[in-house]
Design a protein around this ligand. Structure first.
Ligand code: URP
Ligand code: ZN
Ligand code: ZN
Length: 458
């Protein structure tokens, strides 16, 4: 199976040049001018369009059992939506319950992910600590190339860890040369504030945000960074949302500490007025951390522009409004936390990052495609336009335009938190694993064709 992408402007994290790209047997075989199409090759005319490496979303939750329900996209529908939006690889999370074996959870996640149509890797969440957990962290690192371990400083009493556990997890990960990633919110403070708000009769979605103000995240971000410093290791902060957290990052970076930072489009593009929507519509935006007051977004854009924020992921974790978000109609703490975004990430970042002049095209490619691959040991197989890399490529037509809507997205949910957002440009073709899997609105994915990607450090 061959695909020739002809005459596009190839954009990488460092470069722009016009070239043809020949893909054969799932690999980029040649990059050059006037390449011949082998017999039977599918030819994609990319003239006047950009060609990016396939997008990598380093933070998704497909089919996640969470808060009494299960996130609405499974590995098939979620990776399909990704491919429709130019994301060809995801890094999802195996999340064992507290006291559950990591190996048992691994088996259950591998069973679910077999239906993925896009390539995928796993972070392993570590939700408790013991000698067994220490052993099993080493086991999944060796056996599965799971080289990043996720910790939750929130969700206390469920999947959250305390500081002593976090220190132990960092020690084991450090021993392995693996990376610890952290969801930073002060779990105990959230519980205390939730309790107080509910006692005062505040049950509506907007109180979700009130129970998790920015200091809750800033404090925990600073603590995670301090604990990583104590462990002598880098740390990756997931879904950073606010100025207080950026301040903690800048302080550490000035002292020479290596802190990787991820943010998401919803934190760049929405403000907390979304929680004031009538008729329980604010529930669609209930996620943790919450959407922030106006003002914080500019700190994130600045962090991206100056390279202090390294990746843009989605935290794709969709729940239907009708029968899932509605579980929290009488109590905001029961609204399942999360929203969809995988299909929209590339177009949103192109539109609101590149065309506004906030990011160069190369920076856009770096944060959406290349840097996640480098940080998480997927590069240069993924995130690159190089001979020998996987043939995962996105042809993006800058002359197209559109509007985001739940009425035509591929996410299996009834709301889109970016409903009505104008989009400049559009993915015209997605080549994944050497095949044209999306072409001008035609999604041609194959259930089960996605491959698991081990990530042994290089
Ligand atoms: O609200 C969110 N973010 N849901 C998914 C789980 C997590 O915290 O990442
Ligand atoms: Zn999180
Ligand atoms: Zn998440």
């Amino acid at each position: 199976m061959s695909v020739l992408i002809r005459g596009g402007e190839v954009v990488t994290a460092n470069d722009r040049f016009v070239a043809d790209i020949l893909c054969e047997d799932g690999i980029i075989q040649a990059i050059g001018v006037d390449l011949d199409a082998p017999a039977g090759a599918e030819v994609v005319d990319a003239s006047g369009q950009f060609v990016f490496p396939g997008g990598i979303d380093a933070h998704t939750h497909m089919e996640l059992p969470f808060m009494g329900t299960v996130s609405a996209d499974d590995f098939y529908t979620g990776t399909a939506a990704g491919i429709a939006g130019g994301t060809t690889t995801i890094i999802d999370f195996i999340i064992p319950g507290r006291n559950q074996s990591l190996i048992e959870a691994r088996e259950s996640w591998f069973a679910k992910s077999a239906k993925a149509c896009g390539d995928y890797a796993f972070h392993m969440a570590v939700t408790w600590f013991s000698e067994q957990v220490d052993r099993e962290m080493r086991q999944v690192f060796t056996e599965n190339g799971i080289s990043s371990f996720k910790t939750f400083m929130a969700y206390t009493g469920a999947i959250g860890v305390d500081d002593a556990e976090l220190i132990s997890i960092m020690d084991t990960a450090g021993d392995l040369g693996a990376l610890v990633t952290a969801h930073c919110e002060h779990g105990q403070a959230v519980i205390a504030m939730q309790k107080k708000l509910l006692e005062q009769g505040h049950i509506a979605p907007k109180y979700h945000a009130r129970s998790r103000p920015t200091w809750v995240e800033g404090e925990a971000t600073n603590r995670a960074i301090m604990l990583a410093k104590n462990a002598g290791q880098p740390v990756y902060i997931v879904h950073l949302t606010c100025k207080e957290s950026m301040d903690a990052v800048y302080r550490a970076r000035k002292e020479g500490q290596l802190v990787w930072v991820e943010t998401c489009p919803q934190y760049l593009l929405l403000d907390d007025s979304v929680y004031d929507k009538p008729n329980f519509e604010g529930a669609a935006y209930v996620m943790s951390p919450p959407i922030r007051p106006a003002g914080h977004q500019e700190h994130l854009w600045a962090g991206l522009a100056m390279g202090a924020i390294h990746t843009v992921a989605t935290d794709h974790c969709p729940f239907r409004q009708t029968d899932q978000k509605s579980m929290g109609r009488e109590d905001f703490t029961k609204i399942p936390n999360g929203a969809a975004g995988i299909e929209n990430r590339m177009a949103l970042m192109y539109t609101y990052g590149v065309t506004t002049g906030r990011l160069t095209l190369e920076q856009f490619v770096d944060v959406c495609c290349t840097r996640p691959a480098k940080i998480f040991n997927l590069y240069p197989r993924k995130g690159a336009v190089l001979v020998g890399s996987d043939a995962d490529l996105v042809v993006y037509d800058p002359s197209a335009s559109g509007t985001i809507s739940a009425s035509d997205h591929h996410h299996k949910v009834d709301r889109n938190i970016f409903e009505g957002f104008a989009i400049k440009g559009a993915v015209s073709h997605t080549v994944a694993n050497g095949k044209v899997q999306y072409a001008a609105g035609d999604l041609r994915v194959e259930r089960g064709a996605g491959r698991y990607l081990p990530r042994h450090p290089g």
